[in-house]
Design a protein around this ligand. Structure first.
Ligand code: GTP
Ligand code: SPV
Ligand code: MN
Length: 644
């Protein structure tokens, strides 16, 4: 008998294992559960079967304990209000643990950022491009968090697949969590339950995820809104060498639904580099022109910068059709024919609520009318949801709502009704324009890759890379205004290379090298573009120059034609190809000519300053890890500006 099975405590746990017999599980999974249960000491273990009965029972449990409210006016929709201290990803507490620091982060030229001791993370090395901790320090930090952390709670075992079950690009994970809220959201966001167990062929090959809210029972901690969390001790740790994620103290999506950012992006990017493919923070959409020709496009924008909206867009120009494959993550691989094929590893949308309305994103509004879990939105007494930017006449009559903080709210209230990072969690199959190939195991062929960000100043609506290397530079130089998706304060313009800054699983310099290495003889490399829906008048101080949303089809139309090789519509500029003024479809677009000129304008002084700033950023933060090819691109752009 193995030492694990001889442990009396474990034998007791096995008896209280709900529904499924532990001994029926693959041995590697049993070992994982037993190892973690012995440390975390849950009262019970529940192997999730993924059934609707189980889902409903968990929702009821959450309702009874006051963590979820049923939204009576909607169909099977639920509302969670969190502790206001636990509302977004915590980038400062998120790190990768590897033996060698260089594998994870470039060494900054002028040393590491000062780490606040209140983080409670010993010797954490923090940089602009990710955080690292040594295995020894991680062991210490786990030692003061995990022992007994699930006392008084149930440990749920959530087997799941990222990508359609059994697909060639798909991968399996198992999340152990003491949060039934997490289980319910995982059931929407991933393919989850018993059906996955048979796919664990080699019993030890699955990504091992451990999540705890970090509040063992009974507790002396004050629990706000029946949302247990432990903000002072929160940490999200990734152990690529053990294929493991350990998340402590937060229930918020990106920190707790570990298949998403932790597995599909951070560990995913490491696996992708090793195996020669890409794991990216990208939407995937299908676009069909009026002649019925269809292509697929992937686009990387930083968090809360428009991926869901573009992926579900309703085109303003007649004859064009958009279909949605995914809104947040793309796994992409070149096939033997040299085509880049992409899958959406997720099964649902965990989307930003504020700004989502019947005029901006009617498709999302239709998607979230049933079987949806809302977090931190406002609601009416009779059970409907509300948030800023939902163009409803609901609040114009002075109606009283209940804000995300559980307080009485009217439109005269000073605080927002919904948290700026409030989210919906809805099954992808409910999307009325879900692409017929969205679950295709071999993925969809990608013709173009778009980068973008919130740039109030200087960056034109659209430009195109001259070639793949130039495109890699464009990805590396993405910048964007900070949003509420993470804990950043204010609206500073931050670097967010490839829209992946919070999600790199390994050294960003190596990530650039990996992208450069993908261009090979015989491969059909997608064209690379950069867009900016967020340029503002008055040098960035005024209002948006571009109407955005459904009008973005005009930009996609130009991209579509460029991927067909239409050279008549493009002109060379120092930053790349841009539309010839009269080739861009402006028909029916109701904006002043002056705005259009401003949207396409290129200011030499702005760009020389921009290049200098990016060069400094690379020099200080990526330092010697940066491949020369990227720096050469920057020099070429500068030269082109200086020659005009
Ligand atoms: P994550 O889920 O955090 O990765 O975000 P996302 O990139 O999917 O962002 P999302 O599409 O949810 O958009 C975030 C916010 O940007 C919402 O408030 C949108 O209303 C707003 N937004 C999206 N597209 C546009 C646009 O074209 N123009 C303008 N002005 N705002 C937009
Ligand atoms: C993001 O922040 O980019 C998201 C939401 O998509 S979360 O799952 O919280 O990371
Ligand atoms: Mn995202």
């Amino acid at each position: 008998m193995s030492p694990v099975l001889a442990d009396n405590k474990m034998l007791k746990l096995k008896k209280s294992c709900y529904k499924c017999n532990m001994t029926d599980l693959p041995q590697g999974l049993q070992n994982f559960i037993e190892e973690k249960a012995r440390v975390c000491q849950p009262d019970k273990i529940h192997i999730c079967d993924g059934s609707i009965e189980e889902y409903n029972a968990l929702l009821e449990l959450l309702q009874v304990n006051g963590s979820l409210q049923k939204l009576e006016k909607m169909d099977d929709c639920w509302l969670a209000l969190t502790d206001p201290k636990d509302v977004a990803r915590v980038e400062s507490r998120t790190f990768i643990c590897t033996k060698s620091m260089r594998d994870t982060i470039p060494t900054p030229k002028h040393g590491f950022k000062e780490v606040d001791s209140s983080l409670n993370l010993r010797n954490l090395k923090c940089t602009a491009l990710g955080n690292w901790m040594s295995p020894e320090d991680l062991e210490y930090e786990l030692g003061r968090r995990l022992p007994g952390c699930m006392k008084g709670r149930t440990m749920y075992v959530v087997p799941y697949s990222m990508g359609s079950v059994g697909g060639s690009i798909s991968k399996i994970g198992v999340e152990l969590t003491d949060s039934p809220y997490v289980v319910c959201n995982m059931r929407i966001m991933t393919r989850m339950g018993i059906k996955i167990l048979g796919k664990i062929e080699d019993e030890s090959v699955f990504v091992k995820c451990l999540h705890t809210v970090g509040v063992p029972l009974p507790t002396k901690m004050t629990i706000v809104n029946n949302w247990p969390c432990n903000p002072e001790m929160t940490m999200v740790a990734h152990l690529p060498e053990k294929n493991e994620v350990i998340s402590f103290g937060s229930g918020y999506g990106g920190n707790s639904l570990l298949g998403k950012k932790c597995f599909a992006l951070r560990l995913g990017s490491i696996i992708a580099k090793r195996e020669g493919w890409m794991a990216e923070h990208m939407l995937i959409l299908g676009i069909t022109n009026p002649q019925g020709v269809k292509k697929y496009i992937a686009a990387a924008f930083p968090s809360a910068c428009g991926k869901t909206n573009l992926a579900m867009m309703t085109p303003s120009v007649p004859g064009w059709k958009i279909e949605c494959v995914g809104d947040d993550i793309a796994w992409m691989k070149f096939n033997e024919k040299g085509e880049l094929r992409a899958i959406n590893p997720e099964n649902g949308f965990f989307g930003v609520c504020p700004g989502t309305s019947n005029s901006t994103n009617p498709i999302a509004m239709k998607t979230i009318q049933k079987h949806t879990i809302f977090t931190n939105v406002a609601h009416t007494a009779d059970g409907e949801v509300y948030w800023e930017g939902m163009d409803d006449n609901m609040v114009s009559h002075g109606e009283h709502l209940i804000s995300w903080k559980g307080k009485d709210w009217t439109k005269d209230s000073k605080e927002p009704a919904a948290h700026p990072n409030s989210r919906f969690c809805a099954p992808a199959e409910q999307c009325p324009i879900i692409d017929p190939n969205w679950e295709s195991p071999e993925g969809v062929p990608i013709s173009a890759i778009i980068f973008g960000g919130r740039r109030p100043q200087g960056v034109p609506l659209i430009y195109e890379a001259f070639n793949w290397e130039h495109g890699v530079y464009i990805g590396a130089s993405v910048k964007s205004e900070a949003t509420a998706a993470a804990e950043h304060k204010g609206k500073v313009i931050m670097h967010d290379p490839f829209a992946m800054r919070p999600f790199f699983g390994y050294n960003f310099g190596d990530y650039c090298k990996h992208w450069l290495s993908l261009s090979k003889e015989g491969r059909k490399m997608p064209k690379i573009f950069h867009v900016n829906w967020f340029r503002k008048s008055d040098n960035g101080q005024g209002s948006f120059l571009w109407p955005g949303f459904g009008e973005n089809i005009r930009v996609l139309e130009w991209i579509f034609k460029r991927t067909d090789g239409d050279d008549s519509i493009a002109q060379k500029t120092p930053i790349g190809y841009m539309p010839k003024v009269d080739s861009f479809d402006m028909e029916g677009l109701n904006i002043p000519v002056g705005c259009i000129q401003e949207l396409f304008s290129l200011d030499k002084q702005f760009w020389l300053g921009e290049l200098e700033e990016i060069e400094k950023y690379f020099d200080q933060n990526v330092n010697i890890s940066m491949p020369n090819e990227v720096l050469d691109q920057l020099s070429s752009i500068r030269e082109r500006f200086l020659n005009i």
